[in-house]
Design a protein around this ligand. Structure first.
Ligand code: UT7
Length: 377
């Protein structure tokens, strides 16, 4: 029997702190009018000191687990798509795996810039369709505010923080991720880059002084690339699914700039109303933008069972990715029962205590073997 990969749960988290265009205009040479006209962005959410990629990913993951109505023990794999991981290592996915108590799951991060979530979703769907795994948690999460030069108006006005997650599950019922496409052109890697902190330019006083730990972007070139690949990737993935553009109920593109989305809609001869846009509220949240948009589209009843969707992303790498989805999940009719929510919370508290217990046990084991070694000497 063929296997299909269905999205059965979804969730998002954005930090409560909002920074408006007017707030930015008070601290740099920009205006609300410029940002709105050139990007469509009105505000963005920015993480507090206590928030980070892992904490936001955990919130989004818990929300997706609740919508899917599953236990974290059913999850086989956690994939976190991010360009702003908690650390270079361990993977942010491992922190999520431990915090949600997904004890049976493997975990890894995936870096494909703003295309990361679609790359991760396609990876998950492939693993499910091949029979390798049954249930996969896919997250896109970013704390871009930590890699932005807040004195550079060319980048500071564009980005925001947040996380979105989905649960993908195997089924013999037709539907779910029906076609996909992944692309890359590494020759354009320098167009959108975080130069320092990796093996090429390890962190040091020099790299800090020259602001190499901040994202750098050639906006015009990325814009030209984005308008081209969005059109090509959309056309190709629809063709691979055996559908026509006219049959797509909703396009959910990466939320970078409303002008990019409108340009793609125009070239494809489609009404821009068929493209979901929420970047006015969040700015560009990179790998988190498509899952956050998907959650909002479902919540707003723009996505219903039987609908055909196209998710399409582009970004650093350069990379692009698209997938065609036949949506099969119904929105949970009633909010999760308080008993369920309580049981979920209890489970996460137990998961936290277990992780702490294992850490303490590792420390105790290390101390004991140190003492034994000293005695033997
Ligand atoms: O998610 C990953 C991919 N990233 C993207 O998709 C971003 C793609 N690029 C873009 O969205 C656009 O290129 C930007 C929004 C970044 C810039 O818009 P643009 O229309 O390409 O502007 P520009 O860079 O050509 O700059 C036009 C003018 C310049 O002034 P001059 O040289 O014409 O005097 C800039 O200095 O706007 C100026 N400018 C600003 N003015 C006010 C640039 N940033 C700002 C600003 N406020 N924040």
């Amino acid at each position: 029997m063929p296997r299909y990969a269905h999205i059965i749960g979804w969730g998002k988290y954005v930090p409560p702190h909002i920074v408006t265009n007017d707030d930015l205009a008070k601290q740099m040479d920009t205006t609300d009018a410029w940002i709105r006209e050139r990007t469509g962005i009105v505000q963005r959410h920015v993480a507090s000191e206590k928030e980070s990629t892992a904490t936001m990913a955990i919130h989004a993951a818990r929300a997706a687990i609740e919508t899917a109505n599953i236990s974290p023990m059913e999850i086989d794999l956690v994939i976190v798509a991010t360009a702003t991981p908690e650390y270079l290592f361990p993977a942010t996915a491992c922190l999520v795996q431990s915090a949600i108590g997904a004890e049976r799951a493997g975990a890894f991060d995936l870096e494909a810039g703003c295309s990361g979530f679609v790359y991760a979703l396609v990876t998950a769907a492939g693993m499910i369709r091949s029979g390798l795994h049954d249930t996969i948690l896919v997250i896109g999460a970013e704390t871009l505010s930590r890699i932005i030069d807040w004195s550079d108006r060319a980048t500071a006005v564009l980005f925001g923080d947040g996380a979105g997650a989905v649960i993908v599950r195997a089924s013999e019922r037709s539907g779910g991720v029906m076609a996909s496409l992944l692309g890359a052109d590494g020759s354009g890697g320098d167009l959108l880059i975080l130069p320092a902190g990796g093996a090429r330019h390890p962190a040091g006083p020099e790299t800090v002084l020259s602001k190499m730990h901040y994202a750098r972007m050639n906006g015009r070139e990325v814009y030209r690339f984005a308008t081209r690949v969005m059109v090509e990737a959309t056309q190709n993935v629809v063709k691979r699914a055996g559908w026509s553009l006219g049959q797509i109920d909703l396009f959910i593109p990466h939320q970078a700039n409303v002008r990019i989305i409108e340009s793609a809609a125009k070239t494809l001869r489609l009404s821009s109303e068929r493209f979901f846009v929420n970047l006015q509220d969040y700015g560009n949240t990179s790998a988190a933008s498509i899952p956050i948009a998907l959650c909002e589209a479902v919540e707003a009843n723009r996505v219903n069972p039987g609908d055909r969707l196209v998710l399409v992303g582009f970004g650093a790498g350069l990379t692009w990715a698209a997938c065609a989805i036949e949506w099969t999940a119904s929105k949970p009719g009633v909010p999760p029962l308080s008993r369920r929510v309580f049981a979920g919370r209890l489970r996460y508290i137990v998961a936290g205590l277990k992780a702490l217990g294992w850490r303490l046990q590792r420390r105790a084991d290390a101390t004991v073997s140190q003492v034994v070694e000293q005695k033997e000497e």
